[in-house]
Design a protein around this ligand. Structure first.
Ligand code: FES
Length: 128
């Protein structure tokens, strides 16, 4: 039987954590946004990335007032180069998704600079 080896600590790709809690993804909070369509678009981009991007959802991440929140996490290589997670707020239109996907396609945090327009949407993570 030919099975690929299991690696517990292999390099991880850039990843997106898409908040889908009480406010993010809720039409009552942000009417006029195709929340399901946004998530489908991000998942399709991950599926087409050849393993360079993964997408997962999360329950409420904290900064509901800045919904929709998407956290861009660096790849293993990006983290090694000093990249840190970037919290993107107000992700309610296609332009924001364009910027997020362009950044991750270029390598994401630690590898490539974010689009300037995306920098304007960066928010602070909640304090613990
Ligand atoms: S539901 Fe997304 S930050 Fe609370």
């Amino acid at each position: 039987m030919n099975r690929p080896p299991i690696r517990a600590f292999g390099p991880r790709p850039c990843s997106l954590v898409v908040c889908r809690g009480c406010c993010c993804g809720d039409a009552r909070k942000n009417p006029g946004t195709d929340h399901a369509g946004q998530l489908a678009r991000l998942r399709a981009a991950a599926a087409a990335s050849g393993g360079r991007l993964v997408v997962r959802t999360s329950d409420c991440l904290g900064p509901c007032a800045q919904a929709n929140i998407v956290v861009v996490q660096p790849s293993t290589e990006g983290r090694r180069r000093g990249g840190r997670a970037a919290w993107i707020g107000f992700t309610v239109d296609d332009d924001a998704l364009d910027d997020i996907l362009a950044w991750t396609a270029a390598g994401g945090p630690g590898i490539a600079a974010p689009p300037a327009t995306l920098e304007l949407q960066m928010v602070d993570p909640p304090k613990n």
